[in-house]
Write a protein of this length. Structure first.
Length: 261
């Protein structure tokens, strides 16, 4: 019996250690999530017009942050296309409800390249809103600082890079609130991530309702309907309705008895 218990304990311990995410220095290419951390907002980059801008200047609302390099032959263009599709279809207004920042992690990329790349991916977006999707380049020091801050791990491979495909939602205060993986992003997932990032700010009632009914599933990497939470909420509502009905009936009976008396 003792041997059996020992074996079960060993299995549970090994499962627990296996479930632990890898340490940052164990990951060469990928994401080490840093949810809740705040970006170094004083970092400066160059925008498409070659102006020096700080993250603090740009981030004042929920922000979709992505990393690419402009000569990427693989993931970067599909990722930017996925962001463009989400921006075009999400039920929110770019520039009013949220904004987008794309940073090149290749120090050889220039503002001129950023401007060309931007024109390729903002065509589906209204002209007035296009200015709220910022394409940035920067120095090696600042690029290393921002990618380390969000846990974005990439690796040079000849003239190209191995890198993950992800967008990161940032709160108006610069806090990391969500990672969404892949090359395509459901507009609903983007909206929910923006709603989460907006906490602490006034929200429309529908947004508060959505936040109650849906939650992020880290395994499925999408937002799912919280059936248990909804059933519990409805049960409370039904119980309150029944209780109110009983109280009203009791009150009516009391009044009737007094009138007959």
């Amino acid at each position: 019996m003792k041997k059996l218990l020992f074996l079960i304990g060993a299995i549970l311990l090994s499962m627990g250690s296996y479930a632990q995410p890898p340490a940052e220095d164990e990951v060469d290419v990928g994401i080490v999530e840093k949810l809740g951390d705040t970006l170094p907002l004083d970092l400066t980059f160059f925008n498409e017009q070659n102006d020096t801008v700080s993250l603090r200047e740009l981030i004042d609302k929920p922000t979709i942050l992505s990393f690419v390099y402009f000569d990427c032959p693989g993931l970067c263009s599909p990722l930017l296309s996925g962001v463009s599709e989400a921006v075009n279809n999400v039920d929110m207004e770019l520039g009013k409800d949220y904004e987008v920042i794309t940073i090149s992690f290749n120090t050889k990329d220039t503002p001129e390249k950023a401007n060309i790349k931007k024109r390729n991916f903002v065509q589906k977006i209204g002209e007035e809103q296009q200015k709220y999707w910022y394409y940035l380049t920067g120095t090696e020091e600042n690029i290393q600082t921002i990618t380390k801050a969000v846990g974005y791990k990439f690796k040079p491979q000849g003239v190209d890079f191995a890198h993950p495909s992800v967008i990161i939602m940032i709160s108006p205060e610069g806090k990391i609130t969500r990672y969404l993986y892949g090359l395509t992003y459901l507009p609903f997932d983007v909206k929910m991530a923006a709603i989460e990032a907006q906490k602490g700010l006034p929200q429309p009632s529908i947004n508060k309702f959505l936040e109650v009914c849906f939650a992020y599933d880290p395994q499925g990497r999408t937002y799912t309907l919280q059936v248990t939470r909804i059933v519990g909420f409805l049960s409370i509502v039904i119980a309150l309705i029944i209780l109110t009905s009983l109280l009203i009936r009791g009150r009516r009976k009391t009044i009737k008895v007094e009138n007959n008396g």
